[in-house]
Design a protein around this ligand. Structure first.
Ligand SMILES: [Zn+2]
Ligand SMILES: [Zn+2]
Length: 257
């Protein structure tokens, strides 16, 4: 298990810039146990900042390598000033903008953040068309976005993204949308899963291109295959663990005897 630093609210916190996240072990059914194994000191340290942005309270994650100060932004869904303020306060160089999927609440700040950082925008290839030709609904939220966005890089299942010393593996988790992806950082024991899996919930499947069957399959076959102690950072709401959701999620959980 790697060492994860967290800035839960970097905008209002000037003194405690870094805070150790407790690495929850859910196997005993309850209290999170903070444990940093001795060998974890050898692992690259992670900067992890959660920014809640926009009308739908989307979780935008800034994930960086503490040694190199290189970072990626996952789902810049709105509020580019807030995101850039965090980038500047943390003093990181944003190399990549990774989109878990193309719904408007995850992409509205892509263009300003891309132009201010020079970062490369990546999305799964099956999501690219929806990003380039968004539905008219987008116009309601941002007239500029209705022109569409172009990604710079297309992701595929099992691709590995590097940022500084950190590595994130792409897991294709379709269902909420055709090209939805999760990003798994095995050394750090964290997965960013967009709108696939939530604490006690799962993503909506009533959109064009959604499939409930596929989403359940993605969660059970791919996400629940990760170690139980993996911390899940979803697109909305609080983080959780794979073990907790596998046992207790009322929609997709598979309780054991
Ligand atoms: Zn969505
Ligand atoms: Zn969303």
């Amino acid at each position: 298990m790697g060492q994860v630093s967290s800035v839960s609210d970097c905008l209002d916190s000037s003194t405690a810039r870094f805070q150790q996240v407790s690495l929850e072990k859910d196997t005993t059914g309850g209290n999170g146990v903070t444990s940093v194994e001795p060998w974890a000191q050898e692992m690259p340290k992670v900067i992890l900042c959660t920014l809640v942005v926009g009308a739908l309270q989307t979780n935008c994650y800034l994930v960086g390598c503490e040694r190199t100060r290189q970072a990626m932004i996952i789902d810049p869904g709105a509020d580019p000033e807030k995101i850039m303020d965090a980038v500047n306060r943390l003093g990181v160089e944003v190399r990549q903008i990774v989109l878990t999927h193309s719904h408007f609440d995850h992409v509205l700040a892509v263009e300003p953040v891309r132009s201010m950082t020079g970062a490369v925008v990546a999305i799964h290839e099956r999501e690219a068309e929806h990003l380039t030709h968004p539905p008219t609904l987008f116009r309601f939220f941002d007239p500029d976005i209705s022109r569409g966005l172009a990604a710079d890089q297309f992701l595929h299942d099992q691709d590995v993204l590097s940022v500084g010393d950190l590595k994130a593996r792409v897991i294709h988790t379709p269902g909420h949308s055709p090209g939805g992806v999760s990003l798994y950082m095995a050394s750090e024991g964290v997965v960013f899963c967009g709108d696939s899996l939530f604490r006690d919930g799962m993503g909506r499947t009533d959109f064009p291109g959604s499939s409930r069957h596929l989403l359940v399959r993605s969660i059970r076959m791919r996400l629940f295959a990760l170690p139980d102690e993996t911390i899940v950072y979803p697109g909305h709401g609080p983080h959780t663990t794979i073990g907790r959701e596998r046992r207790h999620n009322p929609w997709v959980g598979t309780p054991e005897e």
